[in-house]
Design a protein around this ligand. Structure first.
Ligand SMILES: Cc1cc2nc3c(=O)[nH]c(=O)nc-3n(C[C@H](O)[C@H](O)[C@H](O)COP(=O)(O)OP(=O)(O)OC[C@H]3O[C@@H](n4cnc5c(N)ncnc54)[C@H](O)[C@@H]3O)c2cc1C
Length: 466
């Protein structure tokens, strides 16, 4: 494995995969790293070998096309490669990569971060019951292994993913007990003008809803799950109309898929000095970046959902723009594509992200006993107590209560904690910054992070003078 490259791209989704292809076609030496077993990212996720013969979907076809193009290109692909630290060393980027249980260093002159998004689930009583999974997580189950979350599922959440997941469960032979969405029909109607620019995607969405209606699946608009029942496993949910004193309806189920939008994975960009801005219609905190991926940090580029949730079509187009921009900056004469198709796709994606935003009315369904930080088993009451004694930032809650110091590194609780701080202090969310990111970016064995050392070599400080 060559360890120094012109460009390292982290993330082999639609954005990173296309950026790598364009840069390699311009004659640059590109390495593409991803922690998944095959390229494709979240939306174009590859099938596991046991289901290779399963019928194709639009996503698997797009993924196959990207994988084929990468295989035929000069891009060096490192799969199962988890990047856990990035440093600037003189004029190069040094990446620490965990692969096959060992850490390797990969170096490059330019770095493209195409790390995508993660999903957000607003806590409600019972949301940590086994059998509750994320909406986006459910899509990974379908695509990678054709697995259903259970036999009878309540599907709940904001934005288009809720209809995709419910319709896909039915297509794969499962039963959907109900679809529960905080969005109202009016919100969807108001988003129509922005969606009109992508008629194919609009048509697919309409088919998902039509399928559910024809199958007489109850669709509860303007509702949310207020409680998940069950001790060791899900037995059902209560769904309530938002903003009203509604006793709610109960649905029996053995599984729940729930999600409230996606959050850009900005930690690496933040760690490397990129300024961040707050834009709820792009998923919250986003890095400051040009449409073609250029940042103010020398040699650093960002692309795809990691710089704002705009969806797969926009991510793929932005990847092409970023690959071309890096190639041009590195002295290659390359064609710079038009920004127009990306702008059109981004408009659609932005409208979907606005519909997917977390809601204060859903946050109001929590109780003091609701778990907010699942790694450290912290209840809402614990977080509120910390805020009451003066914690006004996510960093302060982390210092006081360890929220964010568990295995997920705060990826699942920090958005809920920021919302609690905003509600208690009256500050806007744009004033509650995310916690300071630190390596490791991904979980890594302590032996790899610490490296080899001998106890005899450890510097022992002199005793403090009495
Ligand atoms: C779980 C999940 C499921 C989704 N499912 C759908 C769907 O079904 N339909 C849809 O329209 N949209 C879906 N989305 C949204 C979708 O991710 C995007 O719109 C699209 O995939 C964005 O492309 P991207 O290239 O920017 O990022 P991604 O496709 O997310 O690709 C980012 C890649 O970066 C890799 N990565 C991140 N950090 C590291 C690291 N430190 N080291 C190594 N690799 C790293 C990840 O493994 C991933 O493959 C989903 C999002 C999530 C989080």
């Amino acid at each position: 494995m060559s360890t120094h490259h012109d460009i390292a791209v982290i993330g082999a989704g639609p954005a990173g995969g296309n950026a790598a292809l364009v840069a390699a076609r311009a004659g640059l030496d590109v390495v593409l790293l991803d922690e998944q077993p095959v390229p494709g990212g979240q939306v174009w996720r590859g099938k596991s070998p046991s289901i290779h013969s399963a019928p194709q979907t639009p996503e698997s076809q797009s993924g196959d096309a990207l994988r084929q193009a990468l295989t035929e290109s000069a891009v060096e692909q490192l799969t199962d490669a988890r990047v856990w630290d990035i440093r600037r060393q003189d004029d190069r980027w040094a990446l620490q990569v965990l692969r096959n249980g060992e850490s390797h260093e990969v170096a490059a002159s330019a770095l493209i971060l195409a790390t995508g998004a993660r999903e957000y689930v607003q806590p409600v009583p019972g949301w940590t019951t086994p059998g509750v999974i994320g909406l986006a997580g459910a899509t990974a189950l379908f695509k990678q292994s054709l697995t259903l979350p259970g036999t009878r599922t309540v599907v709940s959440g904001t934005g288009p993913l809720v209809f995709y997941v419910a319709s896909e469960i039915r297509r794969l032979g499962g039963e959907v007990a109900a679809v529960v969405t905080p969005n109202t029909r009016g919100e969807w109607a108001r988003a129509l003008p922005a969606m009109a620019g992508q008629p194919r995607l609009l048509g697919r969405g309409a088919l998902w809803v039509a399928d559910l209606m024809l199958a007489r699946v109850p669709i509860l608009w303007g509702h949310a799950i207020s409680e998940v029942f069950g001790g060791n496993s899900v037995t059902g949910v209560r769904a309530r109309r938002l903003g009203e004193n509604d006793p709610g309806q109960e649905f029996s189920a053995d599984s729940v898929c729930v999600g409230h939008g996606l959050i850009p994975q900005i930690e690496a960009a933040q760690m490397l000095g990129v300024h961040i801005l707050h834009d709820p219609a792009l998923g919250g905190w986003v890095p400051e970046v040009q449409p073609d991926g250029a940042t103010r940090v020398d040699g650093l580029y960002l692309t795809g959902d990691g710089c704002g949730i705009r969806g797969a079509t926009a991510a793929a187009l932005q990847g092409v723009l970023t690959g071309a921009r890096v190639a041009r900056d590195m002295g290659k004469s390359t064609h710079m594509p038009s920004l127009r198709p990306w702008r059109r796709a981004a408009k659609f994606g932005r409208a979907m992200t606005a519909l997917s935003q977390p809601r204060a009315s859903v946050a109001a369904l929590t109780t003091d006993e609701t778990i907010v930080c699942r790694c450290e088993s912290l209840r809402r009451a614990d977080i509120l107590a910390e805020i009451a004694i003066g914690a006004q930032s996510t960093n302060a809650v982390k210092s006081g209560r360890r929220a964010g110091m568990g295995p997920c590194g705060g990826k699942y609780c920090q958005t809920a904690i920021a919302a609690l701080i905003a509600a208690q202090t009256g500050k806007p969310l744009s004033e509650i910054a995310p916690p300071t990111p630190r390596p490791p970016l991904r979980p890594v064995p302590l032996s790899q992070a610490a490296g080899d050392f001998d106890y005899d070599d450890l510097p022992i400080p002199k005793p403090a003078p009495l």
